[in-house]
Structures are given as structure tokens and as C-alpha cells.
Design a protein around this ligand. Sequence first.
Ligand code: NIG
Ligand code: FE
Length: 402
Amino acid sequence: MSNTLLVTGIGELTVNNPQAVDNSPGAESTPEPYADAAFIVERGSEGEDGRIVWFGPAPRAPAADERLDVLGRAVIPGFVDSHAHLVFAGDRAAEFSARMTGTPYSAGGIRTTVAATRAADNEQLRANVRRLVEEMARQGTTTVECKTGYGLTLDDELRALRIAKAECDAATFLGAHVVPAEYADRRAEYVDLVRGPMLDACAEYADFVDVFCERGAYDEAETRLILDAAKDRGIPVRLHANQLGHGPGVQLAVEYDAASADHCTYLTEKDVEALAGSETVATLLPGVEFSTRSPYPDARALLDAGASVAIATDCNPGSCYTSSMPFCLALAVREMHMSPGEALRAATLGGAAALRRDDVGHLAVGARADFTVLDAPSFLHLAYRPGVPLVHSVWKNGDRVA
Ligand code: NIG
Ligand code: FE
């Protein structure tokens, strides 16, 4: 038996209706928040998704079985965090501290976490993912992507991917994060392991395949081999691209029709053009630039050229250990010159596009009932009041999760 829930008393509702958003290059791309709005969630019987079945002006709301009055608070679609690395053990606070006093970030730090992750048992790893997913939910996130990449043996990558698949909304195989120390002198053998036996074992659980295409990680030829192997198996790809310097990552992402090119910190005009002319989402991770004290990506160039942009946390123990989408959104506005509306859209609809999902990131009819109630009259407060815990309550699939 299904039942319906009327959410009313909404001070400002951001629907992000994908049909109503202007996607043309240069468009303002600001969501159209409604005042005195309401919406209705239909919760299916056991196992079925809770969906939005109506939204509109509160006085015209049809009757429903139950009613939730949010007392003038703003409601937004739940955040879609489309880039995170949650299957790990240990922390690297000392590395962060050294960085803040001048040691530059490098891809090599990943190996510290690899050692701790290999030494951890499945229950420790699972508990870590759950802890972080719950932490994300308390900050308004309702969809979480999670990568492997701290195992780097067949067994360790497989167990990480199975945990990611079970605990998160999208699981990405990142066996090509760095080359593990034991393969330092035989890189080609490790690439063959990733694109052969590892991918064979992991394919069943992988929603995406990712490669860290960067100096210090994988070069263009190696990245191509792994992307080809993913494509051969029909698994969509995404890339860590152009994080630490200019390079081939973004162009490869576009060539391979990647769902997203992530980081995009160092882009040429050609890279921006390529992204703008493609379906590949540019996923910006400003928490990384904050936590590694690096220059921020040129979000304006991407938006003004008409590229699709997402914002995500990149939550991981090395380059950025935040789980907070509101923090990243505030950085996007303050440091990357995105308007608050553009930033909210990138943190919701943009993330959904990066995961190739059309049922999350918005609250139009048919969307999953994933929404966040803010202790604020408007979503503008997310950037206006940085660091303030403004999330009042969070609903996923029509059920309260925080
Ligand atoms: O997205 N760039 C590669 N991977 C992570 C960092 C992982 C780490 O430092 O442990 C990132 O920044
Ligand atoms: Fe990452």
C-alpha cells in the first residue's frame, strides 16, 4: 500500500526542474525558487522508491495521507556528492599539517593510505564508509558516489568495490589510482593486472571505471589502455584529470565520452572548449584546492563556455578530508565566482549528470523524494553563512535519514 506525504509551510522551494532550466551557453543557470510552495511525496510499498508526484503553490495542494509543516524553512534537492573516496583506513593529519607549513601535495601520499587500508579488515572498512555516509547525510547529501583505489591488489580492490556498492549509491573502480610500491619497477605489469584480472573480477560491481591521469600517477598511454578495457566491457568511465598540472586527462575524458572529468584545476582554452562541446561534466572539487592550498579551477570559464559543471567534496584522507557539500558550495561561490544559484545547481543537478542519473538532483514530478530542509529562509544562506550547520532535516526516498 502506498501513502502520500504533503510537505508544506516551505518558505522557499528549489525544484531545479530539469525541463525549466536554461541550458544554453551563457545562461544564468539560476534555479527558480518558489515561495509558499508545497510538494507531495508518494511512498511506495516496501522496497519501492518514494517519488515526487506533485509540486506547486501551497494553497492549491491536493489532499494527502500525512502532512509535514516545515515552518517557513527553505527546501532544496538533496546534494549529490559525485566524487568521494571513502573506503580507507587511517588518517593523514600529519601530512596536512606539513602541507600547511610548506610541503606541497603529491600523489605519492596515497601509498600511506594504501598500507593502512590493506591492513584493515572488512568490518573496519565498512564502518568507515558508513560513518562518512552518515556524516554526509547530516550535511544534506542524499546521493554518494564512492571510489576504490586504496587497495591496489585484486582482492583489496574487489572488497573495497563491494563495500562501496553496498553502502553508497554509485561505486567506481579506481584500481589505477597510483602504481603500488611493489610494482614501481614494472608499471606495465600493474596496468595489465588492472585492465585484465582486476577489471574482470570487479566488473560486476563497477558503475564506473576511473583513472588518475596525472604526472606521478598514470600517463596518457596507460590511461588509454585502462579506458579501452572498461569500454570493451561496456562500463562507463570517468577520469581524475588535470588536478596537479596541465595534461591529457580532460581531452581523453571527452574522447572517451566520460561521464565526468574531475578536478579540472589546470585547463587550457582547448580543454574548456572540449568540455563545452561534450556531454562530459566538469566536476570541480574546491575542497581540494582549499586543503592543498592550490589555485582554484576557473569555473567561470567553464560556465561561460556552456560546459556542464558539478561540485563534489572528493572526501578522502589525503587531499581533502571534508564531507561537507555546504562547505564546498560556499567555496565555489567565494573562491570560484559561481553565483549561489549556479553553485547549488552544480551540487545537485550537476552531480546527478556526472553520475548519469536523471531521478536525483531535482524535485520535479517523477524525481526520487530526496530533499534537504534548511534552517534558513533561502538556499542563499548556504554560501552567505559558511560553516554554520544549516541542515535541519534530510529525507531520502521519502524517509527521514537525518
Ligand atoms: O582526488 N587525485 C587523486 N586522488 C585523490 C587524492 C587521494 C589521496 O591523496 O589520498 C584526489 O585528490
Ligand atoms: Fe578524487
